[in-house]
Design a protein around this ligand. Structure first.
Ligand SMILES: CC(=O)N[C@H]1[C@@H](OP(=O)(O)OP(=O)(O)OC[C@H]2O[C@@H](n3ccc(=O)[nH]c3=O)[C@H](O)[C@@H]2O)O[C@H](CO)[C@@H](O)[C@@H]1O[C@H](C)C(=O)N[C@@H](C)C(=O)N[C@H](CCC(=O)O)C(=O)O
Ligand SMILES: Nc1ncnc2c1ncn2[C@@H]1O[C@H](COP(=O)(O)OP(=O)(O)OP(=O)(O)O)[C@@H](O)[C@H]1O
Ligand SMILES: N[C@H](CCC[C@H](N)C(=O)O)C(=O)O
Ligand SMILES: [Mg+2]
Length: 490
């Protein structure tokens, strides 16, 4: 496709200079190292570096044009074809879409502090149960019933170019339904701006990532971009009506302005209203009211928060208004998500050990509440907090663990470039009576040693993760494997 056509389709409004008409565009990238002849290089201002410094390398590698923000102005040497726009990250995403011939016809995107991975995974399972080839893109990587390209290190929301490559591969292989996790970083950095999802979901908004967004308002605004910018007018806005009132009100307001179809779930929901939840030894019995009927469904998963995620997934499963009623009975067949309240071992005395990905104060609170009905004896938690991430959540998590568990062991969880004992100290300061054991394997062993009949251990924070990030190294580590090894449940 020639440059003028690319710009026209992407809605980039700029006069095309003489000579640009015969530039055939082969692709676009924001990484100078990935430039190949005929590509556009997007020179982005990042958190650590300024992409403009890499323009010479991009040109050497064969870039034919450079996409930059018009402000602040920068001089580009003559001979470089400039594409100056008001928002280069947005333009990158839209151009990446223009250069991708096919993407799946039914894309749903889910945002929220907690529950994104679980919700997109439940959506994929619901679609699959409906007989539709379906995939997901998110924290667990990309999952689909077809071969997929390697798009480098996994982010919750891939960069816009990687995202389009993945969607293109899914579409080429007949996968028509895809559920994508929309992280606040991804939304803020416009990684999803090339998508036209038919539905967007919001699970909840609680504390996280204040290191990056600064304030809760900025954090909320980043997430709301999914509804006020990414979701096309007339699309489905599905929300958990039990989340904070300010976010619900903001979405209702956007829905009115943009003619979105609002669907709400939960105890205060109107599309799927949760009338009753009863925990059983193996799952939960739900009573759900819809505008059409009452459903009684037994789901095979424990954990109250999992019900919120299932209902949100069911509300998004179909464009058609009758879709949620078709999806609810399928909840009876869902499988649990790797590392989300996953029971990995049962000890001879009947005690159980779980692995979960709770890494925010609210997630930890809900996790411990969810486990209490399954705990005849004492509830023991092994927990930590990530380095180079929101420092303010550390004491809150320590206090939450102390309030809701009977025994707390504070350990390391991806210290990254921080001093691990400083992170632990911040948690310990709000966790009187907690035991501090930096080495995660020893901490898990100590937790298992504490268990008697009817007790429950939960190892929180790393879920499916396969490594402990120390400095810039990733040391192999899997909570579930460690528990199985220590208990002989291999
Ligand atoms: C803070 C953040 O989100 N950073 C992401 C961002 O990097 P950046 O734009 O700040 O990049 P930078 O390193 O400053 O470089 C600036 C520009 O120079 C370019 N460059 C750089 C070097 C070079 O040789 N040539 C070159 O062209 C880079 O490609 C980039 O375009 O864009 C990069 C490409 O997409 C991401 O890899 C990178 O993710 C980093 C590794 C990261 O850790 N991100 C985390 C915080 C993140 O995104 N997490 C979210 C949320 C998780 C959640 O809520 O659960 C996620 O979606 O995963
Ligand atoms: N609806 C929910 N409300 C509160 N906590 C939840 C909810 N769903 C899951 N959690 C908790 O959050 C943890 C992470 O869940 P999940 O991986 O689905 O969230 P996520 O939003 O994808 O997280 P991330 O931001 O890391 O991608 C779970 O292990 C559980 O402890
Ligand atoms: N074990 C984790 C969870 C990280 C979740 C991730 N989505 C993020 O905040 O980057 C950590 O804090 O390192
Ligand atoms: Mg996730």
């Amino acid at each position: 496709m020639y440059l003028p056509e690319v710009l026209r389709r992407a809605g980039v409004d700029m006069p095309v200079p003489a000579g640009a008409g015969d530039l055939a565009i082969t692709g676009i990238t924001a990484d100078s190292r990935a430039v190949r002849p005929g590509m556009i290089f997007a020179a982005l201002h990042g958190t650590h570096m300024d992409g403009r410094a890499y323009i010479p390398q991009a040109m050497t590698n064969g870039a034919v044009a450079v996409l930059v923000d018009a402000v602040p102005a920068c001089d580009l040497s003559p001979g470089i074809m400039p594409i100056r726009v008001s928002d280069a990250r947005h333009a990158l995403a839209v151009i990446a879409r223009v250069l991708t011939p096919h993407v799946p016809g039914f894309i749903a995107a889910v945002t929220g502090t907690n529950g994104k991975t679980s919700t997109v995974e439940f959506l994929r399972q619901i679609w699959t149960l409906m007989g539709l080839p379906a995939g997901t893109i998110g924290t667990l990587g990309a999952v689909a019933p077809c071969p997929l390209p390697d798009c480098g290190p996994v982010l919750t929301t891939p960069d816009s170019v990687g995202l389009m490559r993945m969607l293109g591969a899914m579409a080429e292989n007949g996968v028509g339904h895809v559920a994508i996790e929309a992280s606040s970083h991804g939304l803020e950095q416009r990684r999803l701006d090339g998508l036209a999802p038919y539905a967007a979901g919001f699970s909840n908004l609680t504390r996280d990532h204040l290191d990056y967004h600064g304030t809760t308002e900025h954090y909320r605004a980043a997430k709301l971009r999914l509804f006020d910018t990414v979701l096309p007018e007339g699309g489905i806005a599905a929300i958990n009506a039990d989340m904070d009132a300010a976010t619900c009100a903001a979405i209702a307001d956007i829905a009115r302005r943009r003619n979105l179809v609002l669907r709400s779930t939960g105890e205060q929901g109107t599309t799927l209203r949760l009338l009753d939840v009863r925990p059983t030894p193996t799952g939960q019995v739900l009573r759900i009211l819809t505008p059409a009927m009452v459903h009684d469904v037994t789901v095979p998963l424990a954990g109250r928060f999992q019900v919120d995620n299932m209902l949100l997934a069911a509300a998004m499963a179909d464009r058609d208004a009758a879709g949620p009623d078709r999806a609810v009975p399928l909840l009876a067949h869902l499988h649990g998500v790797r590392g989300r309240m996953e029971r990995v071992a049962v000890l001879p005395g009947g005690a159980a050990a779980y692995v979960d990905y709770a890494h925010t104060p609210d997630a930890l609170e809900r996790l411990l509440h969810s486990l209490r009905p399954h705990t005849a004896g004492r509830l023991v938690v092994v927990m930590g907090a990530g380095g180079d991430r929101d420092r303010g959540k550390r004491p809150v998590m320590g206090a939450t663990a102390t309030r809701l568990a009977d025994r707390v062991i504070v350990t390391d969880d991806n210290p990254r470039t921080e001093q691990p004992d400083t992170i632990r100290a911040a948690i310990m300061a709000a966790a009187p009576g907690a035991v501090e054991i930096g080495d995660r394997r020893r901490a898990i062993a100590a937790g298992l040693d504490m268990l008697g009949t009817g007790d429950v251990l939960v190892v929180a924070g790393k879920g499916h993760e396969q490594g402990q990030v120390v400095g810039h190294d990733v040391l192999p580590f899997d909570d579930a494997t460690v528990i199985r090894g220590l208990t002989g449940n291999e």
